[in-house]
Write a protein of this length. Structure first.
Length: 116
């Protein structure tokens, strides 16, 4: 078979997994490690069977959980979100989420997850 552009299609059977995304409220814990390891085993096994595999990791923004986490961090510094104003508070939440997301993706790489 050929694609629309004339190139040959890949006839391999396809197999994919989308990892349930952890919330960006901190770091991964042992439960995440177990779940991700099980998904990794399955995807590697399918790849060994000759299938074209795709394992997609990600993170969830978890807006309410992230907001609560940031509010707790601010409270430790005796700061209320109202003191910051809406724009600055949203900046704080976004910064926290980006840092947490970066940490989580780094942890997945360190675990050796066979992700795409």
């Amino acid at each position: 078979m050929k694609n629309k552009d004339g190139t040959e299609t890949d006839r391999k059977e396809k197999f994919s997994i989308v990892l349930p995304p952890p919330n960006v409220t901190g770091v991964l814990h042992v439960g995440h490690a177990l779940e991700d390891t099980l998904h990794d085993i399955v995807i590697r096994f399918q790849r060994m069977k000759g299938k074209k595999t795709l394992l997609i990791p990600g993170t969830d923004h978890a807006a309410i959980a992230t907001q609560t986490k940031v509010e707790k961090e601010l409270a430790k510094k005796k700061i209320k979100k109202q003191d910051l104003g809406r724009e600055e508070f949203l900046n704080q939440v976004n910064e926290f989420a980006m840092n947490s997301q970066s940490t989580i993706l780094s942890q997945l790489k360190k675990m050796g997850l066979s992700a795409d």
